[in-house]
Each structure stands twice: as structure tokens, then as C-alpha cells.
Write a new protein. Structure first.
Length: 168
């Protein structure tokens, strides 16, 4: 009796994990591999540097990551970027869309990434953090703008809430 091939074992694991559900584990694996390769490449490139992110840069990075992930995963204007992988399902908040990922394999996995702000945040934060070392002035400008927009959005929502409270 021969040993199962790597592909056969992967199929067995997929079936044991997902049963009859269509879970695109192969695409998830490819995405994790891509993230790991990009991250490792960045770390290798930056390993010799002794720079560290300042606390203020980490604060900018945090808020900018939040805002960028919301814009990219929920924004109405960015829906054409998600359209090949998602399907419009309605609105979900002020200037935000609710979309469902398409059902088939790779497009489903990418659609899940592109509709989940929590999932995409990891990719955005890693990219922006690398940007602070590769192009600090430009990255600081981008993160400052995203942070300002997040602050303005928060103030818009607060203002709307105050208006509603005053009316009734």
C-alpha cells in the first residue's frame, strides 16, 4: 500500500475540517503564505536597521489602520475594488456597505478578506509599519490624513447623535 500524496492528505484534512462546507482552505493557505513571505522579506530587509517606531507613530498607525480597513472593506466608493469577489447585499451604516462574498473557492477567500475589517487590518498595519521604515515622511503623511479622517468621522457621528437628542 502506498502512502497518500501531499495533495491527497491535504484533501483529507480539508474534508475532516470542513465536512460538506465549501471552505477554500487552499486559498487561505496561499494568502497566509503570501503574507508570511512579504512579512519575512520586509523583516529581512529591515533587520539591520536600529530604528523603532515612536509611540506617536504607533498611535497614528493604529488609527490609520482602523480607518483604512473600514474604507477598503466597507466604503461605497471602494466597492469596485471588492466587486469581483463580493456581491452587494445592502447598507450597514453611514456610508458603509454590507457585501457577501461570492461562493466559489479563491474568490470566496479573497472576498472574506476584503469584507472583514478585522482581517484586512493585519495586512494594512504590516504595510504601514514597513512604510514607516522605508518611506517615513510619506507614510507619516498618509497615516496623518487617515487619522484625521477617522477623527472627523467620529465627530460627524457625535454631531448627528447630538442633533437627534436635541430634536426629540
Amino acid at each position: 500500500m502506498t502512502q497518500p500524496t501531499v495533495i491527497e492528505r491535504a484533501r483529507q484534512h480539508k474534508h475532516a475540517y470542513a465536512g460538506d462546507e465549501d471552505r477554500p482552505l487552499g486559498t487561505y493557505t496561499a494568502l497566509v503564505g503570501l503574507y508570511a513571505a512579504l512579512g519575512l522579506g520586509t523583516l529581512t530587509t529591515l533587520a539591520r536597521r536600529r530604528e523603532r517606531l515612536a509611540p506617536g507613530d504607533i498611535a497614528l498607525l493604529s488609527v490609520a489602520t482602523f480607518k483604512a480597513s473600514r474604507v477598503l472593506t466597507k466604503g461605497t466608493v471602494t466597492s469596485p475594488l471588492r466587486a469581483p469577489f463580493t456581491r452587494f447585499a445592502g447598507t450597514s451604516g453611514p456610508s458603509e456597505l454590507h457585501e457577501e462574498m461570492r461562493v466559489d473557492g479563491p474568490r470566496r477567500a479573497i472576498g472574506e478578506l476584503l469584507t472583514c475589517p478585522f482581517c484586512l487590518s493585519q495586512w494594512i498595519a504590516t504595510s504601514l509599519a514597513a512604510g514607516f521604515f522605508v518611506a517615513p515622511r510619506q507614510t507619516r503623511a498618509v497615516t496623518s490624513v487617515l487619522t484625521a479622517v477617522a477623527g472627523a468621522d467620529f465627530l460627524q457621528l457625535l454631531y448627528a447623535q447630538a442633533e437627534q437628542a436635541a430634536e426629540g
